[in-house]
Write a protein that binds this ligand. Structure first.
Ligand SMILES: CC(=O)SCCNC(=O)CCNC(=O)[C@H](O)C(C)(C)COP(=O)(O)OP(=O)(O)OC[C@H]1O[C@@H](n2cnc3c(N)ncnc32)[C@H](O)[C@@H]1OP(=O)(O)O
Ligand SMILES: O=C([O-])CC(=O)C(=O)O
Length: 376
């Protein structure tokens, strides 16, 4: 061992600068390119937020129209993607399926077939738009396949949020419900150096390509300590059953030292900046559905856990029940997070490339002392 101070999990370590988002735990705020996320969630289509993250400015009306037209033109899946989906076990986890498809999309990109141009910004903007447009079609197809349903082709008369829901369910919910979905996408889009974004930046730092960075980021997002928590929240709800059971369930879970999914955060210690906005959005769906059982469970678990531990919900806590009320399978919740976060990941890949240094920290060795192979 050396005397070097080890920051396990890189907690509190500042590894680089970023101009993409600012997470401020003191003021409980989150800015995308300087704009409070709440203002973006209240006013912007998700397409405009993607554009903002990549370009640094909100689009003009003309820029938005041209970006939307491009996005709509890139939505259809290649027949080879359907063929790939047919080879994957139908009960494979949707995160693994989406990760595999993104990997395949990288192989379709002929600009990557030879070294050179792997980190070109103009090409990366095109690749980012392509993934942004393809992921809803992929996730919707994966959701439908789980239910034994045929995929529904994209509709270029619908915006991102409406088209996503249309391709998944073959019908559109109320405008209020569509808006809840749009808000969730905006809130999930970006969050500085979280584990999956950092993974993407590590991969980009080797001057590898953007698809490889996104595939790695998906792997990091899958874990329940990170993005997988929105799925895990609903497993916990299903395990508890009803509000009446919360107290006894929580006592048992805490005695067993279980982590309660959807609570806690590495950076925010007084609550997640995005939760009030997502909580209001969830309440729209709870009111629409009249599901008092789910509302009671959601409120009681939060109240009882905060009272016992003083640890607050993160974004995954209200998002889980919101996605259930929108009609998605629990295992599709984290793929929805992928579709949103691909905007932030790719913005970070381009930022890393623009000012690159190979990311390669040190470790302190604590294994056995030097020894020798007998007879060598
Ligand atoms: C979009 C996102 O990725 S947000 C995060 C989503 N993840 C989750 O919701 C999973 C549940 N939460 C957690 O596991 C943690 O809060 C994390 C991983 C998110 C952040 O954790 P860290 O900053 O590493 O803190 P750490 O896990 O060390 O927790 C500190 C203490 O609070 C406790 N704690 C933190 N979160 C929780 C929780 N959800 N349930 C129970 N105890 C918790 C820990 O057990 C630990 O207690 P101890 O000091 O007595 O050992
Ligand atoms: O910032 C983090 O560590 C996790 C998180 O909330 C996110 O990625 O949205």
């Amino acid at each position: 061992m050396t005397d070097t101070e080890i920051k396990k999990g890189l907690a509190g370590v500042v590894v680089d600068t970023t101009a993409i988002s600012k997470v401020n735990p003191e003021s409980n705020s989150l800015l995308y390119r300087g704009y409070p996320v709440q203002e973006l969630a209240a006013s912007q289509p998700f397409e405009a937020v993607a554009y903002l993250l990549w370009h640094g400015e909100l689009p003009t009306a003309e820029q938005l129209a041209s970006f939307e037209a491009m996005e709509r033109s890139l939505r259809s899946l290649d027949p080879r993607t359907f063929a790939l989906l047919d080879t994957i076990p139908s009960d494979a986890h949707p995160m693994d399926i989406v990760r595999t498809v993104v990997s395949q999309l990288g192989t379709f990109d002929e600009t990557l077939h030879r070294p050179g141009g792997w980190t070109d910004r103009e090409l990366d903007l095109g690749r980012s738009a392509y993934l942004f447009a393809q992921l809803p079609t992929v996730v919707a197809a994966v959701q439908r396949r789980r239910r034994g349903q045929e995929p529904i082709p994209p509709r270029d008369d619908l915006d991102y949020a409406r088209n996503f829901l249309w391709m998944t369910f073959g019908e559109l919910p109320s405008d209020a419900a569509v808006d809840v979905f749009r808000v969730s996408m905006v809130l999930y889009a970006e969050h500085s150096f979280n584990a999956s974004t950092f993974t993407a930046r590590v991969i980009a730092s080797t001057t590898s390509d953007l698809y490889s960075a996104v595939v790695g980021a998906i792997g990091a997002l899958k874990g329940p300590l990170h993005g997988g928590a929105n799925e895990a929240v609903m497993h916990i709800f299903d395990e508890i059953g009803s509000a009446d059971e919360v107290g006894a369930w929580l006592d048992r879970a805490l005695a067993e030292k279980r982590k309660i999914m959807g609570f806690g955060h590495r950076v925010y210690k007084h609550g997640d900046s995005r939760v009030p906005t997502m909580d209001r959005a969830l309440r729209v769906l709870l009111d629409e559905s009249g599901d008092t059982g789910l509302a009671g469970l959601y409120e009681t678990l939060e109240r009882e856990f905060v009272a016992r531990k003083g640890i607050y919900p993160n974004l995954d806590y209200p998002s889980g029940p919101a996605y259930r009320l929108l009609g998605f399978d629990t295992e599709i919740f984290t793929p929805l997070f992928i579709a949103a976060r691909v905007t932030g990941w790719t913005a970070h890949v381009m930022e890393q490339a623009a000012s690159n240094a190979l990311i390669r920290p040190l470790s302190a060795y604590d294994g056995v002392d030097e020894r020798h192979v007998p007879g060598a």
